[in-house]
Write a protein that binds this ligand. Structure first.
Ligand SMILES: [Zn+2]
Ligand SMILES: [Zn+2]
Length: 179
């Protein structure tokens, strides 16, 4: 198998974590992870109480370019990791293989996702990331509009309001007493 980014470079077996062998590119440090192998590893990792060495601060690469699967050459699909990062993981659903760019495994560890890799590839996960992104964007817009101090007051009030059993009555009061 060859790296889809470096074309002529042959992928080599590498131990990503003790007991988790992946096909890694010696040139760009990308890695092809078989999700079947990963699930075996993650099961044992969970029963072992999660003894993965902590993440180092290696910078993660992000290639916006589309990867083709090193195994079957089909185009891989991109999946958002989370609202706090622009990084995406690539998946070939036909082979059940994921491609991690250099540093992305470390990134998953920093986000405490090292035991949940297949979840990232679910619709529910992707929907949730989009929802959280929209929420962050909305907050940023209102923070700009209202200013930092007012916005933090409004947010505090909102958090309080949402916990009130009679919140609908409070909202109605606010709406009908606008002047
Ligand atoms: Zn490569
Ligand atoms: Zn494939």
């Amino acid at each position: 198998m060859h790296c889809s980014t470096c074309k002529n470079t042959q992928l080599e077996p590498q131990e990503l974590e003790p007991g988790l062998i992946v096909a890694s590119c010696p040139s760009c440090s990308g890695a092809l992870v078989s999700l079947m192998n990963y699930r075996f590893w993650a099961d044992r990792y969970a029963t072992a109480g999660g003894v993965v060495e902590s993440a180092n601060d290696a910078q993660a690469n992000e290639s916006e370019s589309v990867h083709s699967c090193p195994k079957c050459s089909r185009l891989m699909m991109k999946y958002q990791i989370g609202p706090q990062t622009q990084h995406k993981l690539d998946l070939c659903s036909a082979c059940d293989e994921a491609w991690l760019d250099k540093g992305e495994w470390q990134l998953l560890k920093r986000l405490d996702l090292q035991g949940k890799l297949p979840k990232v590839f679910t619709d529910a996960w992707q929907r949730n990331v989009r929802k959280q992104r929209q929420e962050i964007a909305l907050n940023e817009r209102y923070e700009k509009l209202l200013g930092e101090e007012s916005f933090s007051r409004v947010k505090e009030f909102r958090d309080w309001l949402l916990q009130q059993p009679n919140k609908d009555a409070i909202k109605q009061y606010l709406i009908s007493h606008q002047e």
